[in-house]
Design a protein around this ligand. Structure first.
Ligand SMILES: [Zn+2]
Length: 202
């Protein structure tokens, strides 16, 4: 039987996305045995993460700059403020940024709508979409919204839901062109595929 402190940390790591109890246990034993990464480093990094990063009020992205009110992308005057690309999560935004061809702004939706048992998620997503709608109405600069939602079943469901939610905003709404395979995710697509999916959006 494992000691309670080992068990406890395994339980914490096992809650991380894609990490099962076996990998969680490997992490814990690595921490116990590794001189290279001390527990103090880990504790400090987590503290820094929680105290230094803020959420951008415009796009919901995490950022660390303490001077500007918004993130580096939203406060960059060279970016095209007439297009907003809506993505499911931060990692999808980073995948699009890596292509270095998209010059517009972003909005992180914060999830996708499940086909079943969607009530709780729908409430959170509705609050988020309302922020986007307010942004469209207040700025008057936005001319197009690109729905760069992963083409999974839940993603398709979310696209239909978003189109209904954004109907009243009187704005051009486009979706990524095919290229990202059905069921696939932006996070795992190569840069050329993402680039062409954005350029050939419909
Ligand atoms: Zn931002």
């Amino acid at each position: 039987m494992l000691s309670p402190s080992i068990e406890n940390l395994i339980k914490i790591f096992a809650k991380f996305p894609t990490i099962g109890p076996k990998t969680a246990a490997r992490f814990v034993f690595y921490l116990l045995q590794s001189p290279a990464l001390t527990s103090d480093d880990l504790i400090k990094s987590i503290q820094d993460l929680k105290t230094k990063t803020r959420t951008c009020p415009l796009c919901q992205r995490f950022f660390e700059n303490q001077i500007d009110k918004t993130c580096e992308i939203c406060s960059n005057t060279a970016r095209d403020k007439s297009i907003i690309c809506v993505v499911e999560k931060e990692i999808d935004l980073e995948a699009i940024e890596k292509t270095a061809t998209y010059k517009g702004l972003y909005f992180i939706l914060g999830g996708v709508l499940p086909v079943l048992k969607k009530e709780a998620v729908e409430q959170t997503l509705t609050t988020n979409v309302e922020k986007l709608c307010d942004r469209i109405k207040i700025t008057h600069e936005i001319k197009e919204i690109i729905l760069a939602i992963n083409p999974t079943m839940e993603g398709q469901n979310t696209i239909l839901w978003l189109k209904r939610k954004l109907e009243g905003c009187n704005i051009k709404i486009s979706c990524l062109a095919q290229g990202i395979p059905l069921g696939g995710e932006l996070e795992y697509a190569d840069e050329e595929t993402i680039e062409s999916a954005i350029q050939n959006r419909r």
